[in-house]
Every structure is written in structure tokens, then in C-alpha cells.
Design a binder for this molecule. Structure first.
Ligand code: DGJ
Length: 558
């Protein structure tokens, strides 16, 4: 054996022994459900992915140096970055692991986790990441055919050769992760990217048409709540105007489900798919959105056809508050953990991380957060240089040091969140005998007016019956003994000027008093006491500005 190899083997075995001695074997990350709540378990405990997704072409040795400084600036704990099939399998059956290995090694150097995005058969509805040798054989690795018989820029879910090639490549990739990533740097894998088809509702190839005219599979009927009487009926007969999108979703989900299952069989890492959404408030007719992907109307078809996919995840590029909130509500289901793998990084949207945490999100990741593009509005202006990162950096600066506690409290059902909605300056979070009153734009003693821009947000977790962990930005938080349901509905949730939040319970007034308001900082996921707040800092509630602040608050009544 060469001396370098001997050294490497010795080093590897001593690292292995050291890890073993410290009991530091890393279990495979897994998605755990308890009592309708989900958590991603990493190293045996709930973990919240505070992510950032790189630009599509950033995962190259030449560009990764422009990614890590952004990740560091953001305080992100997870980088989402692609693996390109065209790079991974330059010749049929020959796999090039160099890119996977380099991003894993560099992530470890920067102490962040990875979510790897398998840009395989589908990328934004097209097949642009198929290797050249596949692109050069379009008859074999076929495209979708539209109603007029034209080939479309989208892969056919009925292309058996493409399916087999993707299964083989994805399996090789997952097998490599299994061997190369005992540290579990990689937390999850996205299978394909924004699957489906733009420009046509489905594949109209002869093979597809035959299946479309045939009976709807029993599992689809069941998933879509159809009665057994529908058995044997065609897609058109069962679903009418939705028949073609449902059919395409079935075909795409079946294909992706097989790719996912093949990879999961060799390495059971949590897997997810991301969705290009349709309008959640006023969904247009089929054809106005990408057909076939996991849009909200076909989530149950995806669940039935692709059980190896753990999470169906929305890519949310919506600035409308009601629309954003509707989307997270639609994707937070008893059978689906909420995970936002792509979203906007704009100032007004940053509060939606908190909305997502209110639904026990396992992760969140704005898109395009690296320095491969010049984001400087004015060349040379250092402030403008990071403007695209700042809203996310502010969120993560607050949450990253307490990430494990947030994830644990959320999994235990003890955490609630608030995010400001335009025209609604106050809201209540209910915690058994206490209500947390969150308000925005509460200047001094005056009533809450809302912030000039809806950017307020808060997290409140119940630590004991009368003790809460509280944090947030540009908001006021106070506590009131929980009143009757009627009082709650009255909407009078913020006490009048100078008044103490109170409630009349069983004919007797009960008033809140702060026993102790501790300000602290989180270090190594532990709250460290700094000082007691009192006087002007607590007399009109607990006021949060733009500085990260964490409070531990004990309350009582008199
Ligand atoms: C959604 C896709 O999933 C991403 O890969 C990227 O193309 C963004 N759109 C671009 O905005």
C-alpha cells in the first residue's frame, strides 16, 4: 500500500474511532410526524432549515466561491443547490461525482448543510438538463406531443427510456451520497424541478391518448374522493374539464415517483418535489398554469402516485398577502409537512417565514441568494451590494442562534407565530389560560395603527403555564388572561391607553402582571440571561424594533 493511502486509511479509521468514541454517529435525517405536526430530525432532534437557494448555474467550482460569502452573511444553515444531470452523466452509464463531492466538501468547510436539487428529466417543465447524448436522440427520449401533433419543449412522462435513464442516474447519485456523506451534510434531495408542462395540458401521443381514453386507475379515484361507481370510467367521464390536468399529474407523478423510489431504495433520505403554483385565490382554467406538477388541485394524486416523495413543496413567488397565506395553508396538510424551498427575498415577504413557522414549517429558502450576479444598484455602493440579502439575513440573524429550540418547541406544539397583515394592526395567539396580544405600529401609549409597511412579525412559545419565550421585529407583544370566547370574538384585544391587559373571568376581573421579563441571548442553542427588563421597557407591553431581541417572560394575575 502506498504511504499516502495508508495515511488516508489510518486517518479515516481514527476519525471513525473518534466519532464512535464520542458517540457521534450521525443518523440519516428523517421526517417525523407526531400528533399532526412534522419535524425534520437531524442528529436525532428537530431541525429548522434556514436555507438559501443559489442561482441555477452557481454550483460549479468556478462559482461556488461567490456562494459561500452570501450564505455566511445570511446566517443560513442550509444551502440548496443543484446537481446537473448533464454534468453528472456525461456519457451513458459513466458518472462524474466531482461536483457532488466538491459541494459537500465545501459545505462542511463552511459548516452548513445542503439540500441537493436533482435537475434531472424536468427543470421548469423542460428537459434542458438531460445529458447531450439524450438530447441528440429525441425519438428515444421523447418530448410531449401537443394537440396539433407538434413536439413541445417538455419531456414526455411516457418516455420509458428517459425514465429508465433517470432512475439509473438518480440511483447512482443517491448511492454515492450514502457512501460519501456519513456526516449527513445533505439533509434532503429535491427530485426533478418544477415538473409538468407549459403550453399544453398533457401529452397527446398515441400511447398517451390510449391511456387517456382508458379507465382512471383505482388509486386516483380514491385519492380524489370518487365513489367506487366511477371504476372503469374514463378520465373525461370522471373529471370533465379537469380531466387533462389530472391525467398529466397522474402521469408525471407516476414517473417521478418511480425515480424517487429507486433512489430511496438505496439511501432513504427525505425527498421532495417543488411546485410552480397556480393562483390560489382565483385559479384559472387548466392551461393557465403549469400542467402536471404538484399544484394544489392535484396534491392528492401526487400523494397516491409518488409515495416515496415525502413532501410536496410550493415555490412561492407572490407578494399578495392573502395569496401567500392561502398557499401555505393549502400545502400544510395532515399528510404533508410545510416546506418552502423557493420564495422571494423581498422586504415585504420576509414576514412570511414567521407565517410558515406558525404552521410548523420544516424549512424555508429564498431563491437566488448568491453573488454570481451583480446586485449592486449603484456600483461601488456597499449598502446596495447586500440589499437583496438583508431581509433574509435579518430573519436568520434572529432565529439561527435559537434554531434548535424553535424547531423543538414547534414540533411539541408550543410555538405560535404572528405576521402582520395589511389593515390588521393586532392579533391574538391563544395559549391555554393566556392570550398573547401581538400588535403593530403601537407608538407609545396610543392604539396600534399598523406599521407603514406590513413587516411586523413575532414568535411566542409557551415554556411553562405562565412562562413564554418571545421574539420578533417591529411589533409589541403583551399577555392577557384568556377571557371567554365572546371576549375573544369582540376583537378588543389591546387594552386602552395605560391600561393593563385584563379579562373578566367568572365575574371577576383578572389583570396581567409581569413577574419577570428576562432579556437574553442564545448561544449554542441555550438561552443566556442578560438582564431584567422593567419600567419603560415593559410598562406598555414588550416592544420589538429592528434589533434582534429574545425575551423570557413570566406572567401572573392580580
Ligand atoms: C423556479 C425554478 O424552480 C428555479 O430553478 C428558478 O428557475 C426560478 N424559478 C427562477 O426564478
Amino acid at each position: 500500500m502506498k504511504s499516502s493511502i495508508i495515511a488516508a486509511v489510518l486517518a479515516a479509521s481514527s476519525i471513525g474511532l473518534a466519532l464512535h468514541a464520542q458517540g457521534k454517529e450521525h443518523p440519516i435525517p428523517r421526517l417525523v410526524e407526531n400528533d399532526g405536526r412534522f419535524a425534520l430530525f437531524v442528529d436525532g432532534a428537530p431541525f429548522l432549515m434556514l436555507g438559501a437557494q443559489s442561482n441555477n448555474s452557481s454550483d460549479w467550482p468556478a462559482t461556488l466561491p461567490k456562494v459561500w460569502p452570501a450564505i455566511e452573511y445570511l446566517h443560513a444553515n442550509t444551502l440548496e443547490t443543484p446537481i446537473y444531470w448533464e454534468q453528472f452523466e456525461p456519457k451513458p452509464g459513466q458518472f462524474d461525482y466531482s461536483q457532488v463531492d466538491s459541494v459537500i466538501a465545501q459545505a462542511r468547510e463552511h459548516h452548513v448543510h445542503l439540500v441537493l436539487l436533482w435537475f434531472g428529466t424536468w427543470k421548469n417543465g423542460s428537459q434542458h438538463y438531460m445529458p447531450e447524448w439524450m438530447k441528440l436522440e429525441p425519438e428515444r427520449y421523447s418530448h410531449v406531443t401537443n394537440k396539433s401533433g407538434e413536439l413541445v419543449d417538455s419531456p414526455s412522462p411516457f418516455a420509458t427510456a428517459s425514465l429508465e435513464a433517470d432512475k439509473r442516474a438518480f440511483t447512482a447519485f443517491m448511492l454515492h451520497l450514502k457512501d460519501a456523506d456519513l456526516e449527513r451534510t445533505v439533509l434532503m434531495v429535491q427530485v426533478e424541478n418544477e415538473t409538468g408542462t407549459w403550453g399544453t395540458l398533457r401529452d397527446y401521443s398515441p400511447e398517451a391518448n390510449k391511456l387517456f381514453d382508458g379507465p382512471v386507475p383505482a388509486e386516483v379515484l380514491k385519492a380524489m374522493g370518487q365513489t367506487p361507481a366511477a371504476l372503469g370510467a374514463s378520465w373525461e367521464q370522471v373529471f370533465g374539464p379537469e380531466a387533462e390536468v389530472n391525467f398529466h399529474a397522474w402521469a408525471v407523478a407516476k414517473y417521478v415517483g418511480q425515480v424517487a423510489a429507486a433512489g430511496k431504495a438505496v439511501y432513504p433520505l427525505p425527498l421532495y418535489v417543488n411546485a410552480a403554483l397556480r393562483d390560489p385565490l382565483k385559479p384559472g382554467a387548466p392551461g393557465t398554469y403549469e400542467s402536471g406538477g404538484p399544484t394544489d388541485n392535484v396534491l392528492s394524486i401526487w400523494k397516491a402516485e409518488a409515495p416515496a416523495i415525502d413532501v410536496l413543496a410550493p415555490d412561492i413567488y407572490m407578494s399578495n398577502t392573502a395569496a401567500y397565506l392561502k398557499v401555505i395553508d393549502l400545502y400544510h396538510r395532515p399528510d404533508n409537512a410545510l416546506f418552502i424551498p423557493e420564495t422571494s427575498s423581498a422586504v415585504r415577504e420576509a414576514r412570511f417565514l414567521f407565517s410558515a413557522l406558525g404552521l410548523q414549517a420544516i424549512g424555508y429558502s429564498p431563491f437566488g441568494l448568491d453573488y454570481t450576479r451583480n446586485h449592486s444598484a449603484q456600483p461601488g455602493d456597499p449598502d446596495a451590494q447586500n440589499a437583496f440579502l438583508d431581509p433574509t439575513a435579518q430573519n436568520y440573524g434572529l432565529i439561527a442562534p435559537m434554531m434548535r429550540d424553535i424547531a423543538r418547541l414547534n414540533f411539541e406544539g408550543k410555538l405560535q407565530a404572528a405576521a402582520e397583515v395589511e389593515g390588521e394592526p393586532a392579533e391574538i395567539l391563544h395559549f391555554g389560560k393566556w392570550d398573547a396580544l401581538v400588535s403593530y405600529g403601537s407608538g407609545g401609549r396610543g392604539p396600534a395603527k399598523g406599521n407603514p409597511e406590513p413587516v411586523g412579525r413575532a414568535l411566542v412559545a409557551q415554556l411553562k403555564d405562565n412562562q413564554f419565550l418571545v421574539t420578533g421585529y417591529v411589533c409589541r407583544v403583551d399577555f392577557r388572561p384568556a377571557g371567554t370566547e365572546q371576549q375573544r370574538k369582540s376583537g378588543n384585544i389591546v387594552a386602552g391607553v395605560g391600561q393593563t391587559p385584563s379579562a373578566q373571568i367568572d365575574g371577576k376581573w383578572q389583570h396581567r402582571q409581569f413577574l419577570r421579563v428576562e432579556e437574553g441571548v442564545y448561544k449554542n442553542d441555550t438561552f443566556r440571561f442578560m438582564r431584567i427588563l422593567n419600567g419603560d421597557q415593559t410598562d406598555w407591553g414588550l416592544n420589538f424594533g429592528f434589533e434582534p431581541e429574545v425575551l423570557r417572560v413570566s406572567v401572573a394575575v392580580y
